[in-house]
Write a protein that binds this ligand. Structure first.
Ligand code: GMT
Length: 384
């Protein structure tokens, strides 16, 4: 199959899922064409079935906001025509689903019918999509997609609740490539960061408000008062600077390191003892799955799709959003040397259920279903 994948090329979860999916499809022999505004950060390997098409958009003094969506739709049209794609799979509804709708209509005028699959990732529904400034377009473009998937049951429920959706949404959970994300021997690194055998706690995110970075700092400050410990903060975003201020104010500057964006997050996770994810909202929580794959138990909030990934008291613990005291207590319980080995083992066992080898066939079957339906509709249309 020839598949066009449209996504954000950044470190964010939706871009990571899209890129890893494309890589896995290419390994299975499908031809995969990425269409984005820059090279996806995880598109780090060479395969004869992988292609990358950059969306170029020119600025002009008249444009306060360059019309990216138009440039993207035009690029989709040319890639579908030139490469003979069978299907477009867009990740994150805004603005990818509406750009795909536009491309589909243009391609029809060339006698080409291209089915579009839209995958909903979370904030495209829960935070941004619901906003009145986007809602009509998001509703329309989801309903016009030939197939719609969501990364959790919770996100599916929320989509039906917040929008007038007239079509089926298929839940296909996120996944992990356990070949890539596995615990590595990094004793040197661990010794350098925790020279006295301190417990190592890690957080990774895009440092947006929804991630509740302040809670991460408070929980760690509480843990640090009780046991020797260090915190590594991976990623960057608007809440980084306030978090750095909090670390200074708590007087734990020496115990916290902000590493910024990291390519090989699995190397850092390999030496971690605990992962913190106290988010306000998380449609799935891919970062937690990545931690679990590296044998790291998780303390998180119990919001959104997280309970579909985490097993309470087994892979770690979930608490109500903002309950930093409960999260602290549970962190200390997990970090206890009598408990930690079992939690680590459980985290990995659960992560294995989300291995890409289990999830990839779900996408392949879904593509087949969408293609068959599209072919049937076309043949009915052509006989009328
Ligand atoms: O977290 C975001 O700001 C957006 C988005 C992204 O691109 O990282 O994350 C969403 O998609 C991920 C991949 O499907 C999910 O694992 C995250 O839970 C989800 N984030 C939210 O729902 C806040």
């Amino acid at each position: 199959m020839k598949i066009g994948i449209v996504c954000y090329p950044t470190f964010g979860g939706s871009g990571v899922v899209a890129t890893e999916l494309g890589k896995a499809l290419a390994k299975e022999g499908h031809q995969v064409h990425f269409i984005t505004y820059s090279q996806p950060s995880r598109l780090d390997f060479l395969n004869e079935n992988l292609y990358y098409h950059e969306v170029e958009f020119r600025s002009y003094p008249l444009f306060e906001y360059p019309p990216y969506e138009l440039a993207l739709a035009s690029k989709m049209v040319s890639v579908v025509r030139n490469e003979g794609l069978d299907l477009l799979h867009v990740h994150y509804a805004i603005p990818h689903a509406s750009a795909a709708y536009m491309a589909k209509q243009i391609l029809k005028t060339h006698g080409i019918y291209i089915p579009v699959v839209t995958t909903l990732h979370g904030t495209d529904i829960t935070l941004v999509g619901k906003d009145a400034s986007y809602e009509p377009v998001v509703t329309f473009s989801i309903n016009q997609s030939d197939g719609v998937t969501s990364v959790s049951e919770d996100l599916k429920r929320e989509t039906y609740h917040s929008f007038k959706i007239t079509r089926e949404i298929e839940v296909i959970p996120n996944f992990i490539d356990l070949e890539k994300f596995k615990k590595q021997k990094k004793d040197h690194f661990k010794k350098a960061i925790c020279p006295h055998g301190e417990s190592l706690i890690v957080h990774t995110s895009n440092f947006r408000r929804v991630k509740r970075i302040g809670d991460v700092m408070t929980i760690f400050n509480n843990i640090h008062k009780e046991i020797p410990s260090k915190l590594l903060m991976i990623g960057d975003g608007p809440e980084r600077s306030p978090a750095e201020t909090m670390a200074r104010e708590f007087g734990i500057n020496d115990a916290v390191r902000f590493l910024g964006k990291q390519e090989a997050v699995e190397e850092v996770l390999s030496v971690a003892d605990l992962f913190l994810m106290p988010s306000e909202k998380e449609s799935f929580g891919l970062a937690a799955l990545e931690a679990m794959a590296c044998e790291v138990p998780v303390i998180s909030s119990n919001t959104g799709g997280i309970p579909e990934l985490m097993v309470q008291g087994v892979t770690g613990f979930m608490s109500n959003v903002g309950d930093v005291e409960d999260m602290t207590r549970k962190s200390l319980f997990v970090l206890d040397k009598n408990n930690l080995p079992k939690f680590k083992e459980n985290a990995l066992a659960r992560a294995k259920e989300f291995d890409i080898t289990n999830i990839l066939p779900l996408y392949e079957r879904y593509y087949e279903k969408v293609l068959q339906k599209a072919t049937a509709i076309r043949s009915i249309e052509s006989t009328n």
